[in-house]
Design a protein around this ligand. Structure first.
Ligand code: MRU
Length: 352
């Protein structure tokens, strides 16, 4: 399956508008930095790696829009656009990782660089980020596929599929690869209130790949576990602290507690660009708060009284102790996760 979640063609940035799926599969073109910011904020493009890839190309869009007159102004333009796009969503560290890469590419483009040559360097860097993401996701699939055995039931939460990356996914990459290798298993997808990434996106991707899929309400997970239908949970990640604490879509922590109660292993699948080595634990991970309307009148239908108070964090943090392993492009990290992560010797530092 070859989704092109984010595409750069003839100097233009295109994304699949994920807010329309699964009813409508439509690409939109983002021609201004404001349009890129809005697309990230409103989840037209979403999922940690995909946000990073889109923002990298977004720097090109903003750069062209600002039309810097000389090399000095060009360097300033890159910093301005990167700084602006960094305010779109706070939790997925891949956004800051990608923007840092773009800023570094600009800074190292050479003293003799012109506006045009700087643009070319930035374009090459954004293309590398996209291509590396695809290769990384395929490697994640290869690292993890043997965890899924014939006959297993696998639960996933939110969407960590091709739509959340440049095209192959993280948690779903493991499932795609196991399926490609002929293993037969069944996936239960949590619908993922309030924005229904599981119902709208994960089931759509899995069904397109020909994988047996069942959609469940979020509050059904405990019951399907008790019924013995789940042998494995695999989820994605938006930011992983140095000790292995993992931020992912709201509800992941509940799923992890349920998995522990039923003695089911929970794996996180994520690229190394999702590790934030500047944070010693998950306590420091910024959690995005979303607008009340997403809960009270999601998708247009009012389901709660007007003016009711709403608390809607978009992510929660699963403590490392509830995680059986982290599936990365360099293999599966096993507890103690802090030691395994330190041995990777990489990861991010904060966006400055
Ligand atoms: O709010 P979203 O849809 O961007 O949240 C996405 C998730 O939580 C994913 O599980 C995570 O980004 C991993 S995507 C490979």
């Amino acid at each position: 399956m070859a989704l092109q979640t984010v595409r750069w063609e003839d100097g233009h940035l295109y994304i699949i508008d994920q807010t329309l799926l699964p009813m409508d599969f439509r690409e939109i073109r983002l021609d201004t930095q404001e349009a890129v910011w809005e697309a990230i904020k409103s989840l037209r493009v979403r999922g940690a790696p995909a946000i990073g890839v889109c923002a990298a190309f977004g720097v090109l869009v903003g750069f062209r829009q600002l039309a810097p007159a000389d090399a000095h102004a060009a360097q300033q333009a890159v910093r301005r656009v990167a700084g602006y796009l960094a305010t779109s969503r706070p939790t997925a560290v891949n956004l800051f990782w990608a923007l840092n890469r773009m800023r570094n590419a600009a800074e190292h483009s050479g003293a003799a660089s012109t506006v045009e040559s700087l643009f070319s360097s930035l374009e090459a860097e954004a293309r590398s980020i996209l291509e590396e993401d695809d290769a990384t996701c395929r490697a994640i699939g290869e690292s993890g596929d043997s965890l899924i055995r014939d006959g297993d039931g696998v639960l996933t939460h939110c969407n960590a599929g091709g739509l959340a990356t440049a095209g192959y996914g993280t948690a779903l990459a493991v499932m795609f690869r196991a399926h490609e290798k002929g293993r037969r298993f069944h996936v239960f997808a949590d619908e993922t209130r309030p924005l229904l990434q599981g119902a709208r996106l994960t089931t759509w991707e899995l069904m397109q790949a020909g994988i047996d899929t069942t959609l469940i309400c979020d509050n059904t997970a405990a019951q399907v576990m008790r019924e013995g239908r789940i042998q494995l949970v695999i989820v994605g990640a938006d930011r992983i602290a140095a000790n292995g604490d993992t931020a992912n879509k709201i509800g992941t922590y509940s799923v992890a507690l349920l998995a522990q109660a039923h003695d089911i292993p929970l794996y996180v699948a994520a690229p190394i660009s999702t590790f934030d080595m500047s944070l010693s634990s998950g306590k420091g991970i910024p959690i995005e708060l979303r607008e009340p309307e997403e809960v009270t009148q999601g998708f247009g239908t009012r389901t709660a009284p007007e003016n009711v108070r709403v608390y809607s964090p978009a992510f929660d943090v699963t403590p490392a102790g509830l995680i059986a392993g982290i599936i990365t492009e360099r293999g599966v990290l096993r507890p103690p996760l802090e030691t395994a992560i330190a041995a990777l010797g990489g990861g991010q530092t904060a966006f400055v």
